[in-house]
Design a binder for this molecule. Structure first.
Ligand SMILES: [Zn+2]
Length: 330
């Protein structure tokens, strides 16, 4: 249990995204462990900071090389109250397993017991995942840390069924959310607000607006719903807007769906109205259509408003497409 341990007023959570830089970790099925661990860890940090009063420090926040000694020295020097190392497995198995040091104290066992089932249930909210259990191992980051430490191995990168889950943005968010809920439970911080996710299609009544310059099409089978909108690029402000009622201030992942075609726009500007101003993300609509793709996680204010705009204002050629947007609290 965290209670009773000497600690700062605000708990200090150390997140260690495995590998990075010159060390890709495990690779398979077009995936790299170092990228997945960073993606999970950044979302984990955002979820923790959005929902609870905690200090979070990470061994890395970008694709850089960190030695194992750096990771544990940094956590020890900072005075972290707990340490979670995020990894992806390989070697031909399937499922989720997690580790603590073989001779761990009771606080570490408590952290492990809080974390493991919550990560697993997060994963199982998306797909079928084998529970490989809570294990012990003499890993550097578990042995050399001076605070409770757990290392998670979220599925097998070299197993196709596992990799297919790891390729899903909603799965990565669920893994991050499970880690956050486990950490919060260990720290006694209470439960996270209910999950929130909504989809706004270009046909959703009252939630999509576009000028008459935007035409309607059902040309591509990759469309979301029965139709989508398209317009020629122009150097003028004429965005199509998706309106979303954000229930509570916090961090939300925004995914967009568009059909793709070689004749569509290579840099379609997507404007997101965040709590700190508009942010623009360009989407290549020539490839990767017919599914959700994340344009990032954003801090959003509560309230009902035009949230995501697909702008025609781009020098890139080809039709700009507006089809559907999904917003998920993380
Ligand atoms: Zn690893």
């Amino acid at each position: 249990m965290f209670a009773g341990r000497a600690h700062a007023a605000v708990p200090r959570v150390y997140i260690d995204p495995g590998h990075g830089g010159t060390d890709p970790g495990a690779v398979g099925n077009g995936l790299q462990e170092k990228s997945l661990t960073l993606d999970i860890s950044l979302q984990l940090r955002n979820i923790l900071q959005a929902n609870w009063s905690v200090d979070v420090r990470m061994s890395r926040t970008t694709d850089i090389t960190r030695s194992l000694t750096y990771r544990t020295d940094d956590a020890n020097a900072w005075g972290a109250n707990l340490f979670v190392s995020v990894h992806i497995n390989s070697g031909g198995g399937t499922g989720f397993e997690s580790y603590r040091y073989p001779t761990s104290d009771s606080a570490t066992v408590s952290l492990h017991n809080a974390l493991h089932p919550r990560v697993l249930s997060g994963m199982r909210s998306i797909g079928t995942v084998t529970d490989r259990g809570q294990k012990t191992a003499n890993f550097h980051v578990l042995r050399e840390t001076t605070m409770p430490a757990v290392l998670t191995e979220s599925l097998f990168i070299d197993t196709v069924a596992d990799a297919n889950l790891l390729k899903r943005a909603d799965f990565i968010t669920a893994v991050a959310r499970g880690h956050a809920q486990g950490i919060a439970a260990y720290l006694g911080l209470g439960t996270t607000p209910p999950a929130y996710s909504t989809i706004v299609d270009n046909a959703t009544a009252g939630r999509f607006t576009a000028s008459t310059n935007w035409s309607t099409s059902a040309y591509s089978a990759q469309r979301y719903g029965t139709e989508y909108r398209f317009a020629n690029p122009v150097l003028a402000s004429d965005a199509a807007w998706f309106k979303v009622n954000i229930p509570q201030a916090g961090n939300y992942r925004i995914d967009v769906w568009n059909p793709a075609d070689p004749g569509y726009n290579s840099a379609a500007p997507h404007v997101v109205v965040t709590a700190s101003g508009n942010q623009t993300v360009n989407v290549d609509q020539r490839t990767g259509g017919g599914g959700w793709r994340s344009i990032g996680t954003f801090n959003l204010a509560a309230g009902d408003r035009d949230l995501v705009g697909v702008s025609r204002w781009t020098n890139a050629t080809g039709y700009v497409i507006a089809d559907a947007v999904r917003v998920t609290r993380v």
